[in-house]
Design a binder for this molecule. Structure first.
Ligand SMILES: *[C@@H]1O[C@H](CO)[C@@H](O)[C@H](O)[C@H]1NC(C)=O
Ligand SMILES: *[C@@H]1O[C@H](CO)[C@@H](O)[C@H](O)[C@H]1NC(C)=O
Ligand SMILES: *[C@@H]1O[C@H](CO)[C@@H](O)[C@H](O)[C@H]1NC(C)=O
Ligand SMILES: *[C@@H]1O[C@H](CO)[C@@H](O)[C@H](O)[C@H]1NC(C)=O
Ligand SMILES: *[C@@H]1O[C@H](CO)[C@@H](O)[C@H](O)[C@H]1NC(C)=O
Ligand SMILES: *[C@@H]1O[C@H](CO)[C@@H](O)[C@H](O)[C@H]1NC(C)=O
Ligand SMILES: *[C@@H]1O[C@H](CO)[C@@H](O)[C@H](O)[C@H]1NC(C)=O
Length: 574
């Protein structure tokens, strides 16, 4: 639920020519200038030398000026035609079984709020969140800020980041915060789909839970005062720490009330299922929620994201259409009515597929179709003003977007694409995904999940996105769960060379993409700033910090220092 730059090799068969090995030829030594003579051997005195240079990491300086990106809340709130009401509900704690509140006549009172938790029937809701407010940062002792030993091999680019490049780290509310039913939050879809308990826990990217801001979700229902206070506090804390906030409005945690009566289950591969809920009620409610956030926080937030990875919960054509419309209405409210001067966008998940044989038209068609269905669906109408392709609209109106794509497409893409029978389990993607190249090698070093280290394809990917949709590209989440990291002792977890290689090689390729390919990559956010809860799973550790879940103590991993150092040593010269 966090990768945007995974490479997936598409194949509808195996052809025969060398696309992979030409780029990575093993014996070239581009940095060798001197001719290699024969060795000469000689004796010398020996003494130990300390070969490590000790360097200390330092924090980003506090911001000297505070830029405003929109009107202050008092002015912004005038954009609501009817005044927003604000209230406070309290907390839903483990073991609550009865509703004590007597305000049963109030549709948005304490009793109505508690009954949402009761009817969610969460059998395994057993602990409270650890934090419900923003804790003050604990200063890190200087001895813990010594940079780790460098990896022997290092990136080869010679570029500095552009002045306005956005570099930061990302997390999401449900995956790092915890505060499950505290301070007026109501249940979201995630409570039903994943029964475990979430852990308490330059740009900091976080997400705001809809059900914490508007427990009753719909337009006209009261705003949760404690939630507004909390996010004001968080945003101000981020600014005080010298960082800038990037805010995502919806990160899988749709209000559970949209699913009343649905049989919600979790699909083993894609996450969510059985939720054909997204009608206009959803769109209006989401737009209202977006306006509540923008009117309260837009003055201090430079970058907004409406939806995170909508492909994973759009389910069908109607879902895609609703996401596009909701995004567009919020975008226009922000720019046209609120006159916001920051940026507002949308985050897509996309497994970039490359044809196994780029000279085979059928392979290329498969790769294009794969990209069209994952990204084009949303990006064509949003960025190019294009209508959704009639072919897809017709077929997908009543079909799920997801299917089991592990079965080979006999007969090729075209035959599969024109076979809309429900028995055709490859439809709609009609591709077979593989993660080995034509010679049977993995496409890259593998992680603990579906992510591989594939810098070789990153420039091609960014080039494709930028030149197809012609807007700045933001690498909004990228990260790597090192294989078996969770089973290692702490010192071994912290020395995470594979993650360093992942980040440094990707950042180096991003620079080449900017300077050599003319691609406007506006920024990159590492996922995630701390080991998180990966939807029911603590084993896939994506963090650049480890966290002790008993003591909440954090420890920087090597990759954190390496990544920050990489960016710091490539700042534009003033
Ligand atoms: C292209 O790929 C298809 C599907 O794998 C295969 O049937 C066909 O023979 C290939 N064509 C060429 C020219 O290699
Ligand atoms: C280690 O340090 C010595 C003395 O400073 C230097 O001559 C040598 O090249 C260093 N070796 C490496 C591998 O950096
Ligand atoms: C609750 O936890 C138990 C033990 O881990 C598990 O067997 C059960 O399926 C869980 N119930 C739900 C509704 O997830
Ligand atoms: C839309 O969905 C909501 C539940 O989420 C339902 O109450 C409402 O009747 C639906 N509206 C239409 C027009 O289908
Ligand atoms: C809910 O859906 C699951 C999976 O589709 C199915 O196995 C189960 O029987 C359904 N339960 C009810 C009560 O319909
Ligand atoms: C469509 O695909 C299904 C499942 O593979 C197959 O049984 C059926 O014959 C196909 N229909 C056509 C018209 O090819
Ligand atoms: C967490 O910290 C406690 C207390 O220092 C320690 O006993 C425990 O081993 C730590 N857990 C892990 C997984 O490192």
């Amino acid at each position: 639920m966090s990768m945007h730059l995974l490479l997936t090799v598409l194949a509808v068969g195996v052809g025969a020519q060398e696309v992979y090995i030409t780029k990575t030829g093993g014996s070239a030594r581009p940095h060798c200038t001197a001719p290699i003579d024969s060795p000469s051997y000689f004796f010398q005195p020996f003494s130990f030398t300390l070969n490590e240079t000790v360097r200390y990491a330092t924090s980003v300086p506090s911001l000297t000026t505070t830029r405003k990106y929109g009107p202050a809340p008092t002015d912004a709130l005038k954009h609501f035609t009817t005044r927003l009401s604000t209230t406070t509900w309290g907390s839903w704690l483990p073991g609550h079984t009865a509703v004590a509140a007597s305000d049963t006549a109030d549709p948005y009172g304490q009793a109505a709020w508690s009954s949402m938790w009761l009817s969610a029937d969460l059998q395994n809701y057993t602990t409270t969140g650890i934090y419900s407010t923003t804790v003050s940062p604990t200063p890190v002792p200087r001895k813990e800020l010594v940079l780790p030993p460098a990896d022997y091999f290092s990136p080869t680019d010679c570029y500095d980041f552009p002045k306005d490049f956005v570099f930061g780290v990302a997390g999401s509310a449900a995956q790092i915060e915890g505060a499950v039913g505290l301070e007026g939050r109501s249940p979201s879809l995630l409570e039903k789909l994943i029964a475990d308990d979430p852990m308490g826990v330059e740009y900091y990217s976080f997400t705001i839970p809809w059900t914490r801001i508007l427990p009753f979700a719909l337009p006209g229902t009261p705003v949760n005062k404690q939630a507004i206070d909390h996010y004001n506090d968080l945003i101000d804390t981020v600014l005080d720490a010298g960082m800038q906030p990037v805010v995502t409005m919806l990160h899988f945690d749709s209000p559970l009330l949209f699913f009343a009566g649905d049989n919600i289950t979790r699909h083993p591969d894609i996450g969510f299922n059985n939720a054909g809920y997204q009608n206009e009620t959803f769109v209006d409610a989401f737009v209202n929620y977006g306006k509540v956030l923008l009117t309260h926080f837009a003055d201090r937030v430079p970058i907004w994201i409406t939806f995170n990875e909508p492909l994973l919960y759009s389910f069908n054509f109607q879902g895609v259409d609703n996401v596009v419309h909701a995004h567009s209405r919020i975008y226009h409210f922000y720019h046209d009515e609120l006159k916001g001067s920051g940026k507002i966008g949308i985050k897509f998940n996309d497994n970039f597929g490359v044809p196994k044989d780029p000279k085979n038209a059928s392979h290329v068609a498969a790769a294009n179709r794969f990209q069209e269905l994952q990204l084009g669906f949303f990006a064509n109408p949003i960025f190019l003003g294009k209508h959704l392709h009639e072919e897809y609209v017709g077929f997908l109106r009543h079909r799920p977007l997801h299917c089991d794509s592990r079965i080979p497409a006999d007969g090729g893409v075209d035959a599969c694409a024109s076979n809309t029978s429900t028995a055709n389990s490859l439809f709609p993607y009609c591709v077979k995904q593989e993660t080995t190249n034509r010679y049977g090698w993995n496409i890259g070093y593998r992680s603990d999940s579906y992510v591989y280290i594939t810098p070789t394809y990153l420039r091609e990917y960014l080039f494709d996105i930028y030149n197809t949709w012609r807007h700045p590209v933001f690498v909004s989440e990228f990260g790597f769960p090192v294989y078996s990291e969770a089973t290692k002792d702490l010192p071994d977890q912290l020395f995470d060379s594979p993650r360093s290689i992942y980040y440094l090689s990707f950042m180096s390729e991003i620079l080449k993409s900017i300077y050599e390919d003319g691609v406007h990559v506006m920024g990159a956010l590492a996922w995630s700033f701390v080991d998180n809860w990966e939807f029911g799973d603590y084993a896939q550790q994506f963090g650049i910090q480890a966290v002790n879940r008993t003591t909440q103590q954090r420890h920087y991993k090597k990759s954190f220092f390496d990544l920050v150092d990489f960016v710091k040593t490539r700042q534009p010269k003033q």
